[in-house]
Design a protein around this ligand. Structure first.
Ligand SMILES: [Fe+2]
Ligand SMILES: [Fe+2]
Length: 164
């Protein structure tokens, strides 16, 4: 039987795939930053990885509500990027692309008379933009303070470890 929401379901599945891949990529960044002792960056990547996981859940629930099924596969394989500058660059690109895609898909949802899906994309765009903002701030800090910035994080981590 034809599902009149099939176009929405397809877009939501693409979005879910992006969220899965992005969440895994940030978890990869998290464990590496933690290993390197970069306390704040490690916490930031952890928090945002979990935020993307919530997006997986929200998009998936919407797919089921529309009568479709979730594919639940990552849209790309995790890249093994271990340089902090490169991590931040990749994270900014991911958020930027996600914002562009969701804007496009919000518009298409509207054209397909599916305001609920449009709404979900619009709400998610606001969160992705706040991630982009966080990554930009960290990227600028890295540019301005470089190794010193990372050193400060290592000191914070040592202080913290000594308190435990
Ligand atoms: Fe997301
Ligand atoms: Fe994001």
């Amino acid at each position: 039987m034809d599902n009149k929401y099939q176009k929405s379901i397809d877009m939501l599945n693409k979005a879910t795939g992006l969220e899965i891949a992005t969440s895994l990529q940030y978890m990869y960044f998290h464990v590496h930053c933690e290993e390197l002792g970069y306390r704040y960056l490690a916490e930031m990547f952890h928090r945002i990885s979990i935020a993307e996981m919530h997006h997986i859940e929200e998009f998936s629930e919407r797919i089921l509500f529309l009568g479709g099924d979730v594919e639940m596969n990552p849209s790309f394989r995790t890249l093994q990027v271990t340089d902090v500058n490169e991590m931040l660059k990749m994270a900014m690109e991911l958020e930027q692309n996600t914002v562009e895609n969701y804007n496009e898909w919000a518009k298409l949802s509207c054209d397909n008379k599916d305001a609920g899906t449009r709404q979900l994309f619009v709400e998610t765009i606001a969160e992705e933009e706040s991630h982009l903002d966080r990554f930009r701030t960290e990227f600028d800090n890295m540019k301005a303070y470089g190794e010193n910035y990372l050193l400060l994080q290592s000191i914070a981590e040592s202080k913290h470890a000594n308190k435990e």
